[in-house]
Design a binder for this molecule. Structure first.
Ligand SMILES: Cc1cc2nc3c(=O)[nH]c(=O)nc-3n(C[C@H](O)[C@H](O)[C@H](O)COP(=O)(O)OP(=O)(O)OC[C@H]3O[C@@H](n4cnc5c(N)ncnc54)[C@H](O)[C@@H]3O)c2cc1C
Length: 431
């Protein structure tokens, strides 16, 4: 699943409904630039766009296709905050660091607003998002998050909903309540990614597809990124390879892959629903995610399909399993056809905190968004661009979030996932 070199886009609802065709050549001769970015997902394109706007010459090297990775496959939910509730950050890092992180997470949503307007990106961006709880203990977690964001940060956009309030908008009986956030939202991720790529190209960024980076060499102030056919020499490199970093050579990931555990997530898309059925599921346009460890997330697409995702371990018959998960939430869809199903890697870190930093003074990276990458990638691109342009204050805040490593290579990670998924299922049921 994680192989990327020279791959084409996967077959998904997003690919079938993309509204831009961008095909870029592969790199076949040596070039130079101020900055060379690895990866044409949200993260790499965001860094490239910010840098081009600051007057830098930028080259993006993508091993497959623009939006081939998680960015072109995701649930599309742009959620503020981090995977761990903000109350957990206050306990662990204190108020000052948490305040800075919280404000940056709000900025991450604003970046999406700004870019969609500035570059006229057509990606069905819609505000409104609810985290829903399956039992009263999970509801207590939501109550703690709401209290921390309101009392500590005066955040006005969250509303706690009990079961009845939630049921006014969501046609499912299985939840005890939810936390609605009118500022978070959702979008068509592949169209957003292609829109970012177009904005990059218009700003003078050179993007090469089918150009996997196989080696990074650093000499003095220069970095050379070697692809399978040519090379780019630059003052700075940005690695935005995300979960795919675990499939790159050590000379590319330089130890960062040890912190990333790719967890498979699956999405199905139903046939288009008639308006009355769509409204009976979700009637206010919001996207929804539960707060289990292995979670379900869903929303309606612009053409009224239910897009339903779950984190799980791979199984040959994923569509059947996903359909069962969907019917657990919406039994009324028993007769509805499933038209698409696809999979992608969620870039988890061991403690679910984002992993941004540098491996050398001129080699930067942003990985491990842990389920919040739709929003946080925009921010990561911006703060890495700031650091490259001489102001690394905001990057240093992220560098204080220590991320544990998982040693032992691929088989240890596979084992961690094999043990971890049933363990998480157990915790979701009984904690
Ligand atoms: C099924 C699914 C559902 C998700 N749902 C959500 C959601 O609802 N909300 C949310 O916030 N997040 C979600 N995520 C996570 C989110 O999509 C990611 O965090 C985000 O897209 C990461 O963007 P990125 O640019 O860092 O990585 P990617 O989009 O994965 O891009 C990395 C790119 O780097 C390229 N690459 C890797 N190595 C090399 C190399 N050596 N040389 C050249 N190119 C290379 C890859 O081909 C790839 O295109 C989901 C992910 C999946 C898979």
């Amino acid at each position: 699943m994680l192989n990327f070199a020279h791959q084409e886009h996967i077959h998904s609802y997003y690919y079938a409904s993309k509204n831009l065709d961008i095909i870029r050549p592969h790199l076949d001769k040596p070039l130079s630039a101020d900055v060379c970015v690895i990866g044409a997902g949200f993260g790499g394109l965001s860094a490239a766009l910010e840098l081009a706007e600051k007057g830098k010459q930028v080259i993006v090297l993508e091993g497959a296709r623009i939006g081939f990775g998680a960015s072109g496959r995701s649930g599309g939910q742009a959620i503020n905050g981090f995977e761990d509730g903000i109350d957990q950050y206050i306990k662990r890092f204190g108020l000052d660091i948490t305040r800075q992180l919280w404000e940056m997470s709000l900025e991450a949503i604003n970046i999406i607003d700004e870019r969609i307007t500035k570059y006229d990106i057509r990606c069905d961006w819609k505000k409104g998002y609810a985290t829903v709880a399956l039992n009263s203990r999970r509801m207590d977690d939501l109550i703690a998050i709401e209290r921390a964001s309101r009392e500590t940060f005066d955040y006005p956009n969250m509303q706690l909903w009990d079961k009845n309030q939630l049921k006014r908008h969501l046609g499912s009986d299985i939840y005890v309540g939810g936390l609605y956030d009118s500022n978070s939202g959702h979008l068509h991720p592949l169209n957003y990614c292609l829109g970012l790529a177009k904005a990059c190209l218009d700003a003078g960024v050179r993007i090469f597809e089918q150009s996997p980076v196989v080696d990074i060499r650093r000499r003095g102030n220069q970095v050379t990124l070697v692809t399978d056919k040519a090379r780019v020499t630059a003052q700075n490199a940005v690695i935005a390879a995300n979960a795919y970093i675990t499939k790159t050579a050590k000379s590319v990931h330089r130890g960062t892959a040890r912190k990333i555990l790719p967890v498979e997530s699956f999405i199905i898309a139903t046939e288009p629903l008639d308006q009355a059925t769509a409204d009976s599921l979700i009637n206010n346009g919001m996207s929804v995610c539960d707060n289990n460890l292995l979670l379900d997330y869903y929303r309606l697409s612009a053409d009224n399909r239910l897009l339903f995702g779950s984190d799980s371990s791979a199984d040959k018959d994923m569509i059947r399993i996903m359909r069962k998960n969907m019917l657990n939430v919406f039994p009324q869809l028993e007769a509805t056809k499933i038209e698409y199903g696809w999979v992608g890697p969620i870039d988890m870190t061991m403690n679910a905190r984002p992993y941004f930093g540098r491996i050398a003074p001129n080699i930067f990276f942003a990985h491990g968004y842990s389920g919040h990458g739709v929003a946080l990638t925009g921010l990561a691109g911006r703060i890495i661009a700031e650091a490259i342009c001489g102001d690394d204050r905001r990057l240093r805040v992220f560098e204080t979030l220590k991320i544990p490593s998982l040693y032992g290579g691929k088989w240890v990670k596979n084992l961690a996932l094999k043990i971890g998924i049933p363990y998480y299922k157990f915790l979701d049921k009984y904690r």
